[in-house]
Design a protein around this ligand. Structure first.
Ligand code: B12
Ligand code: SF4
Length: 508
């Protein structure tokens, strides 16, 4: 797909017959005992909104249903589909949502049998055949959805649609996978995500992740050159919007919704340092009243950049630090030097920007000692917020293929793939040991008198009090595996269920 083609499509309003489209974000609620059960937030499903906006730009009538944000049930989705009888239904799903996505597809097909159902997003990209085996799902779109989904709505021949997977007539070779569409090069040519199709007031980022409201999530870039084995973004084509285009969009969102905060959801927001500098200059020059947060890597920041970011309203950076063990960092292909990380965290703290650090337990080669080293490192860094996740090998990642090939996956129940539950049984450490250290990490980090005092002194709002209340309640109240038991745990011992805190996020 050439850039010209994209531009022409984006302007081609009304060239094809208008169809009725329903786009669905299925639920992904956390379970009781997970820290975010209390403090989680909701933000508009950006991928789905990009797809919606592009379809609208071709004149199609689009409705978006966000099950969690609107607090709906499967029955509500069925009711909506019965009433609307959409020509096309698009469902998005990360791995954890896919079970709910399939249930939604089944219900919609029951009440609106003529609707064609398409599923897209990260999980569909990795596992198209799994989804095409579902009777209710007609098509899968792999990769970026804007162009291929709209091509379906426009009635283009299915063989010509990039990234489309579908069933053919030959029972011996039922699956057809068209070549992937070219990554969209000119991101400025995409229409603004269709925020207007959702109830704006229903959204609020997770407690602790924002400074002011109302807030909106946006991205400047797509893709990541990183090679991390656990990540679905690894080695995806890196592209960026121009800072000017992004700032214009922020100003439009301020005029329409009065937003005062932006969560930048780029994989590595600071990857193009010059662009971030320019973006900050524009925010400052135009006097835009904005606070914001972003994700970055410790090898992608510098003191000058951080100072500029702070001046332009940045209040929090999330670093995916993963482990303090150099061997593990090498194995997961994120070999950032620990001393460099220490310096980078210090630089951010010196710039008076909050640090949110994310670590993973249960990587290949993990032992109790490496996890303890990670805990000690986290405590010594003293970030403002610390997130510990359990390594989860998501389909489509190198780690999934490795774990699958070696027989380390203990379940393919995708609902268990939530970063708070060990789904791999590794030779070097048991699942119970991982679960134990995971909980131990939260206690070790959050129950330090120095940390508690620092947080108490910084409580600014009712939301601040709530986030701490839920976090501490979650850590205190959850049942724990005793340290004594850990010594006795056999490799095949059943892992303790997800009872400890986890944090939804941590792209890096
Ligand atoms: C920001 C973010 C979050 C945010 C916000 C989510 C939101 N409301 O937008 C929060 C913090 C809430 C979050 C939570 C979780 N996240 Co998250 N998150 C991200 C992140 C960094 C960016 C998402 C984004 O906005 N992308 C930009 C948009 C434009 O891209 P996109 O969503 O992929 O959509 C495009 C295509 O996929 C496709 N597409 C998507 N949907 C559809 C639907 C149809 C019909 C079609 C045709 C096409 C299509 O077209 C879109 C436009 O091109 C990604 C990493 C990444 N780069 O994507 C991880 C990522 C999606 N998250 C991940 C995970 C694991 C989670 C959690 C499960 C964590 C947890 N502890 O529970 C939860 C699940 C919640 C959920 N439903 O998303 C994993 C998913 C891995 C997997 N295979 O499941 C990712 C890939 C990071 C990683 N580790 O690799 N996340
Ligand atoms: S973990 Fe971060 S740096 Fe690594 S591939 Fe994913 S997004 Fe890129």
């Amino acid at each position: 797909m050439s850039q010209n083609r994209l531009r022409i499509n984006a302007q081609a309003i009304g060239v094809s017959a208008t169809v009725n489209v329903m786009l669905i974000n299925p639920p992904w609620q956390t379970k009781d005992g997970n820290i975010w059960h209390g403090v989680k937030g909701t933000s508009p499903p950006l991928g789905l909104l990009y797809v919606a906006a592009y379809a609208e730009s071709h004149g199609h009538k689009v409705r978006v249903i966000d099950v969690d944000a609107e607090q709906l049930s499967l029955d509500d989705i069925a009711d909506a589909a019965r009433k609307d009888q959409p020509d096309w239904v698009g469902i998005t799903a990360v791995t954890k949502q896919v079970v709910a996505g399939k249930l939604a597809a089944d219900r919609i097909k029951e009440v609106s049998p003529n609707s064609k159902i398409v599923i897209g997003g990260i999980h569909a990209t990795a596992m198209p055949e799994e989804l095409l085996r579902e009777e209710s799902i007609d098509y899968v779109i792999r990769g970026e959805g804007e162009v291929p989904f709209t091509a379906l709505l426009d009635g283009e021949p299915i063989e010509s649609i990039g990234g489309l997977s579908y069933l053919g007539k030959n029972p011996l070779q039922p699956f057809h996978h068209n070549d992937m569409a070219e990554p969209i090069e000119d991101l400025d040519a995409l229409p603004t995500p269709a925020y207007h199709l959702l109830p704006f007031d229903a959204y609020k980022p997770a407690l602790g992740a924002y400074r002011r409201l109302p807030a909106m999530n946006m991205t400047m870039t797509r893709g990541c050159p990183g090679k991390c084995t656990f990540c679905n973004s690894a080695e995806t084509a890196l592209r960026t919007r121009s800072p000017e285009h992004l700032v214009n969009e922020i100003q439009r969102l301020q005029a329409t919704y009065g937003i005062r905060e932006v969560s930048f959801y780029d994989d590595t927001f600071t990857i193009y340092k010059q662009n971030v500098m320019q973006l900050c200059d524009l925010i400052i020059e135009r006097g835009i009243d904005l606070t914001w947060s972003c994700f970055a890597r410790t090898d992608c920041v510098s003191p000058g950049l951080l100072k500029k970011m702070k001046d332009a309203g940045c209040h929090q950076i999330l670093f995916g630090l993963e482990s303090a063990d150099p061997g593990i960092l090498e194995t997961i292909r994120k070999p950032i030097d620990i001393d460099l990380t220490r310096q980078a965290v210090r630089m951010v703290q010196d710039a008076k920007i909050d640090v949110r650090a994310a670590f993973m337990f249960g990587n290949p080669g993990e032992t109790i000692d490496t996890m303890q080293r990670t805990i000690d490192f986290a405590v010594s860094l003293d970030p403002d917020i610390c997130i510990f996740n359990i390594t989860t090998p998501y389909p489509g990642t190198q780690m999934f293929d490795w774990a699958h090939k070696n027989g380390y996956l203990k379940t393919l129940d995708w609902a268990e793939y939530d970063l708070a539950n060990a789904v791999m049984e590794l030779p070097s450490v048991t699942r119970d040991e991982i679960n134990f250290m995971y909980r131990a990490a939260y206690r070790a980090f959050y129950f330090r008198p120095r940390y508690l005092l620092k947080r108490l002194l910084r409580l600014r709002s009712w939301d601040d009090i709530k986030v701490h209340y839920y976090a501490f309640k979650s850590i205190f109240v959850t049942r724990t595996t005793s340290r004594r038991n850990v010594g006795k745990l056999g490799k095949n011992a059943a892992a303790t269920r997800n009872e400890a805190p986890s944090v939804a996020a941590a792209a890096c």
